[in-house]
Design a protein around this ligand. Structure first.
Ligand code: LLP
Length: 425
C-alpha cells in the first residue's frame, strides 16, 4: 500500500496533508514516510528470517541520519562508498561491524578509517587496491577482510549510466581474472578473503540477470574451494527497481520473490556440494528501500505559455533532483490539491540557467501559480545527488510519522554555502 495518497482531493503523506508541510517548512522539501521505509526494509528483513543473511542498505541512495538510524534499529547493515558515509553510519548509531565498503577508488585515509572501526568487509575492485589495502592493514597491525567484486559480464538491461556488470564498465574484477586475483589476495599477509560480491546495475525490474550473475558467482566459489580458498559469504549487490508510474512500465519483481529464488538456488547448491553447510548471504539494496518512501514537494512560481511548449516553472530544480537531467529519468508529477480548469500540457522546469534543468516533460497538469506539485518516488538518489549549483541551498527534508512531522534536515542557508570560501589576502 502506498503511504502517499489522495484524500478529499489532497495528496497526503500518511495522515498529513502535504500543504501543511509546505506551510511549516516551505518548499522545495523532500517528504518521507516512516511507515513506507519500515515496510520496505521489512520486505528484505523478513525474507531473510532464520537465515545467516545481512541486508546492507546502500546508503548512497539516501544517507540522512534519521533514515540510517531507523534502519540500523531494524537490524540493517550498510553498504558504503566513502569514508564520509562511514562517519554518517557512526553518527547515526549504526554498527560499523555490519558495514561493507564498496567503490573503485578507496583512499589510504578511507581504508585506515574503515580498519580502525573494524568494518565487516572491503569489497575490492582491483589488484592495486588489494596491494594498497594490504599495506595499510599491515602498517596498522591488522588483517583486512576482503571480498572481490566480480564483474560477471551480465546485461542488466537498464540505463547505460546505471548498468555496472558489463565488461565495458569500470567496476569489479573481470570474471576470467577472478581466480588469479583471489590467489593474489590469499597470498598477501594482511588480507583474508572472506567473500565474493557483484552488483550488475540499478533499477532492474526483472531478477533474471541477477540470478544469472548468482550462477556465475557460485561457479567461482566452487572453483576457489578446489583451490583451498573457502569463502564465508556471497553478496548479491543491490539493483532491484521500483515502479515510477510511467505508462507501460513493467512491474518490479516483488522483493520476497527475488530473495526466495536466491535462497532456493543457494540452498540447492549447498545441499548438493557442501553437505548442506550454509553460506552467509548479503544484499545491498538502495532504491528498493527508499525510492518510493519520498516525494519532492515544490511550488509553482510561474506558468509560461509558449508557441511550442508551455512551461510550468517550479521552485525545485535540477540541483535538487538530478535524475531527469542526468538520466532522462521519468518521474511522476502530481497536483497536491485540486485546481479548477482543464489540464494543460506543460514541461515542468526549475529556475536554474540550463536547458537541461527540467523535472518532467509534457505532462497534463491542472495548476496555477502558487500551487503545490509533488515529484513522486523521489526518495532514492534525490537529496544525495543534489548540489548547490546557482548558489541554491539544498532542500529541507521532513519525515512524516502519522500526523507527526520531524524536520530531519534543515534547508541550507545561502550564507552557509560560501562560508568556507575566502577573499584573497
Ligand atoms: N551496491 C553497489 C556497489 C552500488 O554501486 C549500488 C548503486 C547499490 C548497491 C545500490 O543499488 P540500488 O539497489 O539502489 O539499485 N543514481 C542512479 C542510481 C545509481 C546506482 C549506483 N550504484 C539513479 O538515480 O538511478
Amino acid at each position: 500500500m502506498s503511504h502517499f495518497f489522495q484524500l478529499d482531493g489532497v495528496l497526503h503523506a500518511e495522515s498529513t496533508p502535504l500543504p501543511r508541510i509546505a506551510e511549516h517548512f516551505g518548499t522545495p522539501t523532500y517528504v518521507y514516510s516512516k511507515a513506507a521505509l519500515l515496510e520496505n526494509f521489512s520486505a528484505f528483513f523478513d525474507a531473510c528470517a532464520g537465515r545467516d543473511a545481512l541486508v546492507c542498505y546502500a546508503m548512497k541512495a539516501n544517507s540522512n541520519l534519521a533514515i540510517l538510524d531507523l534502519l540500523a534499529r531494524q537490524g540493517a547493515g550498510f553498504d558504503i562508498v566513502s569514508g564520509g558515509e562511514l562517519l554518517r553510519v557512526i553518527a547515526a548509531g549504526g554498527d560499523p561491524r555490519k558495514v561493507i565498503f564498496s567503490g573503485v577508488g578507496k583512499t589510504v585515509d578511507e581504508m585506515r578509517l574503515a580498519l580502525s572501526h573494524d568494518i565487516l568487509c572491503f569489497n575490492v575492485e582491483s589488484i592495486p587496491e588489494l596491494h594498497r589495502l594490504n599495506e595499510v592493514a599491515g602498517a596498522m597491525g591488522k588483517q583486512a577482510r576482503v571480498s572481490l567484486r566480480v564483474n560477471p559480464n551480465v546485461d542488466a538491461k537498464t540505463h547505460p549510466y546505471i548498468a555496472t556488470g558489463l565488461k565495458a564498465n569500470k567496476f569489479g574484477v573481470a570474471f576470467d581474472d577472478a581466480l588469479a586475483t583471489y590467489r593474489t589476495a590469499a597470498s598477501l599477509p594482511h588480507l583474508v578473503p572472506v567473500g565474493i560480491d557483484c552488483h550488475i546495475g540499478s533499477q532492474l525490474l526483472d531478477d533474471a540477470p541477477l540470478l544469472e550473475a548468482l550462477d556465475k558467482l557460485i561457479e567461482l566459489v566452487d572453483a576457489l574451494a578446489l583451490d583451498g580458498i573457502v569463502l564465508d559469504h556471497l553478496d548479491m549487490g543491490g539493483g532491484i527497481g521500483i515502479n515510477y508510474g510511467e505508462a507501460g512500465e513493467a512491474e518490479p519483481v516483488p522483493v520476497g520473490d527475488y530473495l526466495g529464488r536466491v535462497f532456493a538456488r543457494i540452498d540447492a547448491w549447498r545441499q548438493a556440494s557442501y553437505g548442506g553447510k550454509p553460506i552467509k548471504v548479503i544484499f545491498e539494496p538502495g532504491r528498493a528501500i527508499v525510492g518510493d518512501t519520498g516525494v519532492l514537494l515544490t511550488r509553482v512560481e510561474f506558468l509560461k505559455p509558449g508557441a511550442e511548449k508551455n512551461f510550468c516553472i517550479v521552485d525545485a530544480a535540477m540541483n535538487d533532483l538530478m535524475r531527469p537531467a542526468l538520466y532522462q529519468a521519468w518521474m511522476d508529477v502530481r497536483e497536491v490539491a485540486p485546481h479548477d480548469g482543464e489540464p494543460v500540457i506543460y514541461d515542468v522546469v526549475g529556475p536554474v540557467c540550463e536547458s537541461g534543468d527540467w523535472l518532467a516533460r509534457e505532462r497534463a497538469l491542472a495548476v496555477g501559480q502558487g500551487d503545490l506539485l509533488a515529484i513522486m518516488q523521489a526518495g532514492a538518489y534525490g537529496l544525495t545527488m543534489s548540489s548547490n549549483y546557482n548558489t541554491r541551498g539544498r532542500a529541507a527534508e521532513v519525515m512524516v510519522d502519522g500526523e507527526q512531522l520531524h524536520l530531519i534536515r534543515q534547508r541550507e542557508n545561502p550564507a552557509d554555502l560560501f562560508a568556507l570560501e575566502s577573499l584573497l589576502k
